[in-house]
Ligand binder design. Sequence first.
Ligand SMILES: Cc1ncc(COP(=O)(O)O)c(C=O)c1O
Length: 346
Amino acid sequence: MADEPITFVDLRSDTVTQPTAPMREAVARAPLGDDVFGEDPSVNALESRAAEIMGKDAAIYTPSGTMANLLAVMTQCAPGETLLISEDAHLFTYESGSVARIANVLTKTVPGEFGIMAPDAVKARLVLARNVHLSRTTLVALENTTNRGGGAIYPFEWFSAVAQLARENGLRVHCDGARIFNAVVETGIAARDYAAHVDTISFCVSKGLGAPIGSLLVGDADTIRAARRYRKMLGGGMRQAGVAAAAGHYALDNHIDRLKEDHQRAKSFREAVEGTPGLAFPMPSPTNMVYVQVADVESFLTRLRERGVLALTPVAGMIRLVFHLHIDDAALERAIAAFRETAQSM
Ligand SMILES: Cc1ncc(COP(=O)(O)O)c(C=O)c1O
């Protein structure tokens, strides 16, 4: 008899989630139209809802967080101008150089712990001079929560101070809020209170919220109108996109509050493995991610996989585990046991 197939506990990312049965039912019922003509009722409703959640004029639905971020840059930075951003930001690190290749925008990076930019560090790097030799800074982007920073949450005072500093100097501010609702459920600060400090904010209904596809860019009416043209140019006009947007509605209705469970399981995992020899934890784990430093990442990941658990290594020397919709208490226990055994086997 063939071996039973291994069902993996997949902790590589919160992007691996599959639509649940009721989410699929919501998709099946979705009213549809041609969204490039502005006629898809499910997309239109999701965009209005996103604008309402964030307390802004308008929103645009995009196939990905990457496109939402790129639209924010293209609409708020002219070619040759500078985007100021954390050196660990997803937009800088993992978006295939889109800011340079497509938006023709320069990037100046800001060092800082856990992907968080201190107001002073931002201030020191602003280029405002009208001197013709210089590329002016025109956009500052913050990421909240931070992916490469272990799911860190911006201290609200820093978030607002960076934004205020930028705005006082006539700059625009974008928040890559791919996981903003993880910050919201953990801090109790409303999404619109974060959004009030920035000109544009993007968020993903994929990732922790569990929709299969989709992000939104939210901002003032003129910016979102301009973004619509760029989205078309980039090939992001999606016709009957309501099949996906309906999953986004379901995610917003049902999967925000439960993010707390992911945070709790991430904490429980960390507490359970923390004393094991050979493991170090250089980052806090305030939300749904745990980064673990080990001596030999590749063989650790291979041995972990042999025990039925999948993880990734986005930061050199570290393993990242992300807790999400499909990780229940039984999966958590399996992950803890496999992780301990793997550490002991090294
Ligand atoms: C912080 C952050 N921003 C943006 C993105 C890009 O999202 P997408 O994969 O939908 O392009 C990700 C993806 O993981 C992310 O973690």
